[in-house]
Design a protein around this ligand. Structure first.
Ligand code: COA
Length: 151
């Protein structure tokens, strides 16, 4: 009766108990990405003061953002974002924008001057999302990687 519908999405800090739902979320976005050590890694990330993980839930966890402030030589204090995922059924409702806003506010409170993200080009729609929320494409160095031999 003319009442505003209550927003059913709630953003909160992630907890170790979210691990199983985060695995499902990650594998939904990029199958096979969340491997066996995910829960252990999540626990370590949540214990670390440098890292931040927020989740958004409605009927369960439907999105997450993970970043960290890692001191770098010769660089202003920066929040580096490693993942931002919204479950397919909940996309285009402003959830990622909202998660990012919460993470950016956290970063500002921690004295960060900038926020960066990598790997935006590989997933469909990701580049469009970042541009729409005010991020500029930065030409950074290509990454080289080596799998270390077992000890
Ligand atoms: C990219 C992603 C996080 C966006 O989540 P979302 O909650 O749907 O994004 P929002 O609703 O907040 O979108 C905000 C704006 O970004 C842009 N945008 C988002 N997804 C887009 C897409 N697929 N194509 C084009 N523009 C897009 C739009 O401008 C959108 O505003 P609008 O809906 O009013 O047009 C989501 O699609 C996702 O999880 N993808 C898989 C994982 C991924 O690519 N993560 C980012 C790299 S780590």
């Amino acid at each position: 009766m003319g009442e505003r519908r209550e927003d059913s999405y709630r953003v909160r800090a992630a907890e170790p108990a979210d691990a199983a739902q985060l695995v499902a979320l990650w594998n939904g976005a990029q199958p096979g990405q969340a491997t066996g050590e995910f829960e252990q890694a999540l626990r370590a990330v949540l214990r670390s003061e440098a890292h931040v993980v927020f989740v958004v839930e409605s009927d369960g966890v439907v999105g997450c953002i993970h970043g960290a402030i890692l001191p770098m030589l010769g660089e202003v204090r920066t929040l580096r974002l490693f993942s931002l995922i919204v479950a397919a059924a909940h996309r285009r409702r402003g959830i990622a924008r909202r998660l990012l806003g919460v993470a950016e506010a956290w970063a500002r409170a921690q004295g960060c001057e900038t926020c960066t993200t990598a790997d935006a080009s590989t997933l469909p729609g990701a580049g469009d999302f970042w541009r729409s929320v005010g991020y500029e494409h930065a030409a950074t160095a290509e990454e080289y990687r080596k799998r270390l031999p077992a000890v």
